[in-house]
Design a protein around this ligand. Structure first.
Ligand code: PMP
Length: 398
């Protein structure tokens, strides 16, 4: 490992060199079946020919001009996103955290524009993850990410998703600005919130004038088998939504989407980004959008997601000593384990299978949505082999 890098990551000891589809190749020539996909980002697989073509064509034309000028690609992608969602306006940044930052700023400015600057409180949930900026770590409230960075920012509270009374009380407070929630919690361990829960929070927000922010950075862009996870529920929509990750298919880009009303405080000069929405990012994201938003891509994700879930339930039944629960939605899948999840991720690497970690001792499977049925079956075989090896090790240690 290099001493020249800030030591903030616990990296797997694989030097990745190239990728194609669901396969990643390391420098030593080993091929891994990639169910991490850049943390739910390379949703069209590695080196998708249409994304490579879009990137290289744009690279020859124009990379960056800043937002001092009109950028046709931004207008094009924003139009696609608003056509496909509740949203009417879009701000482009470069990451999920920046999309969240814009969402939170948009919510606070909305109340200022309404003459209610006292409405600053952002209501978030334990087990959530919204990114690593100061605002994002305060919105998720995870002590592990907040510790050592000075005082917590004012105006953020976290509640348990199960505490309906506290949620109602918080939304009814005169200081409430917004609720921020992942419709399917990703990093927290692939926990899908129920329709009733989401509709109840939506109704309370409507009643009190509190804005509802969905963080679809991980669960959006087709990951659950709908373009946006909340679109599983008819007529349910947020006021503001953050997306990133698969939006660029692996190229860094994020977006904050909002209704025109929710964004009314975001006037010239109040927010910005030098790189946000640059021509390179837009060219790739438009190409990615056109693939991800296709009904056949989404239907395929639903089919493969169901195949993986079914196979995992079968494996779970055979390995009750290893697997506690299968959860998630579509191709955002969590496997809650008895043995330590980090150790199991390493054990999976021995089978040349890459899986992500997650909260509540889960491993997550977040493969490209383009994974074939054969590749899904191969992932299941490798996971089962991982569990068989773990069982043998546990028996030998006993
Ligand atoms: N929100 C969610 C739901 C996420 O999963 C992540 C990243 N894992 C983020 C926000 C932050 O995104 P980024 O790392 O691109 O800043």
């Amino acid at each position: 490992m290099s001493d020249d890098l800030m030591a903030v990551y616990n990296r797997a000891p694989i030097e990745v060199e190239r990728g194609e589809g669901v396969w990643l190749e390391a420098r030593d020539g080993r091929r891994y079946l990639d169910c991490v996909a850049g943390i739910a980002t390379n949703s069209l697989g590695h080196a998708h020919p249409k994304l490579v073509a879009a990137l290289t064509a744009q690279a020859r034309k124009l990379w960056h001009v800043s937002n001092i000028f009109r950028i046709p690609g931004q207008e094009e992608l924003a139009h696609r996103l608003t056509e496909a969602s509740f949203a009417e306006v879009v701000f482009f940044g470069n990451s999920g955290s920046e999309a969240i930052e814009c969402a939170l700023k948009t919510a606070r400015r909305y109340h200022v524009a309404n003459g209610a600057p006292e409405r600053i409180e952002v209501i978030g949930f334990s087990g959530s993850f919204h990114g690593r900026t100061y605002a994002a770590i305060n919105a998720s409230g995870n002590p592990a990410y907040l510790e050592g960075f000075g005082p917590r920012l004012p105006g953020y509270v976290q509640l348990s998703v199960d505490d309906t009374a506290a949620i109602e009380a918080a939304i009814r407070r005169p200081s409430a600005a917004a609720v921020i929630v992942e419709p399917v919690q990703g990093e927290g361990g692939a926990r899908a919130l129920g329709e009733d829960w989401l509709r109840r929070v939506r109704a309370l927000c409507d009643e009190t004038g509190t804005l509802l922010i969905f963080d679809e950075v991980q669960c959006g862009m087709g990951r659950t088998g709908r373009l946006f996870a909340h679109q599983w529920f008819d007529g349910l929509a947020p006021d503001i939504m953050a997306v990133a990750k698969a939006l660029g298919g692996g190229f860094p880009v994020g977006a904050c989407l909002a209704t025109r009303d929710a964004a009314k405080g975001m006037v010239a000069g109040v927010h910005g980004s030098t790189f946000g929405g640059n021509p390179l990012a837009m060219a790739v994201a438009i190409a990615a959008f056109d693939e991800l938003a296709k009904e056949e891509t989404l239907a395929h994700a639903r089919t493969i997601g169901a195949r993986l879930a079914e196979g995992l339930r079968r494996i779970a039944a055979a390995y009750p000593d290893i697997v506690v629960d299968i959860r998630g939605k579509g191709m955002l899948i969590g496997v809650k384990l008895v043995p330590n999840n980090r150790e199991m991720m390493a054990a999976a690497r021995d089978q040349q299978l890459l899986v992500a970690g997650g909260g509540e001792n889960c491993i997550r499977l977040l493969p490209p949505l383009t994974m074939t049925a054969d590749e899904a079956d191969e992932a299941l075989r490798r996971l089962e082999a991982t569990f068989a090896a773990a069982r043998a090790r546990l028996a030998a240690a006993a």
